[in-house]
Ligand binder design. Structure first.
Ligand SMILES: [Fe+2]
Ligand SMILES: [Fe+2]
Length: 208
């Protein structure tokens, strides 16, 4: 584990030890999955929709639902909606994906001159790729913290599906451009900066 992973691990352990905060974390992750799912659906072409895209949108919607359902293992009356009072670092959590989308789209417009459907599809590829890389790191750290606290909540089925998504995104990226690594690298840089800001906001709220 690197330093940043250790900090995340400590943060998750703190959150898990307080049921009310833990419910809000699950609700926040659910909101972020839901935002991702809605973005995938919104970027769909009117006719050119593949099985991979449909599978991906369906699974991200399932993650949002599954995480929200896990709240009942803590207390089913907690966090009924995505209202700010039921989230952790609400402003940052809402901004993370929208900013990622805006900044990646701006990069694609200026460096590749894309617009319209092409821009939508390329942004879907890069934004989703960056999120999948993050998900493959974040959920295992969360699961590890859950295991060591012997908590009933579990995200193993999400981890499995996110691994599949990363492979699918890589396959689509390779078909999209021979120079995909440059663009993907840029998307990862943008995402890292936004994720750090999110993690900071979370730790400020939880630890102070
Ligand atoms: Fe997901
Ligand atoms: Fe995913």
């Amino acid at each position: 584990m690197n330093y940043f992973d250790m900090q995340l691990n400590t943060l998750f352990e703190k959150i898990i030890s307080k049921p009310e905060l833990h419910a809000r974390l699950l609700n926040t992750l659910s909101l972020m999955e839901n935002t991702g799912a809605r973005k995938i659906s919104a970027s769909e072409h009117s006719t050119n929709v593949t099985l991979i895209i449909l599978k991906h949108a369906a699974e991200e919607h399932r993650h949002a639902y599954y995480l929200k359902k896990q709240i009942a293992k803590i207390d089913e009356t907690l966090c009924p909606t995505y209202s700010y009072e039921y989230l952790l670092a609400p402003a940052s959590s809402r901004l993370y994906l929208n900013k990622l989308d805006t900044e990646v789209s701006r990069y694609l417009k200026t460096t590749l001159g894309l617009s319209g459907n092409e821009l939508k599809f390329a942004a879907y590829l890069l934004v989703t790729y960056a999120i999948e890389v993050r998900a493959d790191e974040l959920y295992p750290i969360y699961q590890q913290a859950l295991d060591s606290a012997k908590n009933k909540v579990n995200v193993k089925s999400i981890i499995l599906e996110e691994e599949g998504h990363l492979e699918e995104m890589l396959k689509q990226l390779k078909e999209f451009s021979t120079d995909w690594e440059t663009h993907a690298g840029r998307a990862l840089e943008i995402e890292s900066r936004l994720f750090d800001a999110w993690a900071q906001a979370l730790s400020k709220e939880v630890i102070g």
